[in-house]
Each structure stands twice: as C-alpha cells, then as structure tokens.
Ligand binder design. Sequence first.
Ligand code: NAD
Length: 229
Amino acid sequence: MTKKKIIVFTGAGISAESGIKTFRDSGGLWEEYKVEDVATPEAWENDPAMVLSFYNKRRKQVMEAQPNTAHHALVELEKKFDVHIITQNIDDLHERAGSKKVMHLHGEIIKSRSSVDPDLTYMIKGWEINIGEKCVKGSQLRPHIVWFGESVPQMEDAGNLAAKADIFIIVGTSLNVYPAAGLVDFVPHNTPKYLIDPQAVSKDYISNITVKKEKAGIGVPELVKKLLI
Ligand code: NAD
C-alpha cells in the first residue's frame, strides 16, 4: 500500500529551541546586522568580506547547535508516512536529526557556491569561507544561500510537491517571506493542514487548518503522536 504523503513546511521557529535565533525574534536585526547589509546581492558586491564574516559566524553557531525534539519527532513520522520536508531554513538540523527528504528553499549554510555558476556547490570544510577561496572556474566562493532579491530556484518543485500533500504541516514560520510563504496556496483545499507557532496569528485564509499556538518542541511531538496512532 502506498504511504500517505505528508509535506512539512518549516521556518526559523523550528530551530529556535536549538538556540538559532529567528530573524523576527532579534527585533529586525539579525545578530546585530541589518539584513540589507549582509543578505543581498548588493551587499556581496559592496563588501564580500563582511558578508563572508557574517555567514561564517552563523555557520559556526549552526554547527554547534543540535536538533531539538521537533526535528526528531518529524523523523518518527517516516515510519508510517511518505514525509517531505520543505524548509526555509539554511541550517542542517533536519538532516542531522535523520529526515531523509529535505528541500532547502533558501539554500544551505554548510555549502559554498561559485559566484559565476549557481550549479557549482561545495561542502565547506570547517566553518569558514575566506576571501581568495575560489571555485574551479576561478571565481570567489560565496555562501550557498538565496539572498533577498534573488529568485528561489526550487519554488516550482516545492509547489508541485505541496499540490500532492495528503496532510500539510506548517511549523515556526510567520508566512511573511515570499515567494516561499505562497507555498500554502498550492495545497489542495480539502487537505488537512496544521500550523504550529506560538505567535500564530489569524490564518483564516488557509482552508481546513488547525492552529496550535505552541512552541515547536512541544507542539510537533504532540501532533506526530496523534498522526501515528
Ligand atoms: P519566519 O518568517 O519563518 O518567522 C519565525 C517564526 O517562528 C515566527 O512566526 C515565530 O513566532 C516562530 N517561532 C519562534 N519561536 C518558535 C518556537 N519555539 N517554535 C515554533 N515557532 C517559533 O522566519 P524569520 O525568522 O522571519 O526569517 C526569515 C528567513 O530567514 C527565513 O525564511 C529563513 O530563510 C531565514 N532564517 C533561517 C534561520 C535558520 O536556518 N535556522 C534562522 C533565521 C532566519
């Protein structure tokens, strides 16, 4: 018998209890930087050393963090369901918890990328990318991150997956960052949807949704337990 398909759409909130700050929780400042100073193509053009230094610090923080009970609970779901995680997060906590199918809409902080060929990516050895480190085509390596103002290459694949969801679970996202936040529009009207986020505001525009105003570390294991019965 084919397993039912669960699509889990995660945002920064699922990693908050692992000690990785969400963008909003730091009051619009992301680790003391303005987003436009560090997470845009213009920033890279103006000051690549500062951009590298910002992401190096974040990478170090991610490498020191551990998956939490929410990441682990989602792995349990694979016992009964065909689970696909679509994450806005750049950390690798879903993979380290053991989730098998993870799509990163906004890139992966543990990888570097050629600045002339987006298909040329590398696993970073250690925690830093430095000025002078180049791809095989001779261009400076940049973080493998989708910056504000850049397109989200996997959006179409993500939409196609979301359209096949038998159950759709949203965890720890303000649903503010587009186009990723538009993913819910692809999910069939009748598909049961769940949202787990302590700040969850009115999501009346999403059909057939159950909202749990709860931290991921509590709300996700509870939901997983219910779905596994
Ligand atoms: P976001 O828009 O996904 O908002 C964070 C959400 O997490 C908020 O709704 C907040 O209420 C919720 N939240 C806070 N603590 C939570 C908890 N314990 N359990 C469940 N939910 C919780 O994301 P953002 O922070 O506004 O960031 C914007 C973009 O920046 C993201 O789309 C992502 O690409 C990137 N980002 C990634 C990481 C990461 O990789 N861990 C961290 C910060 C930002």
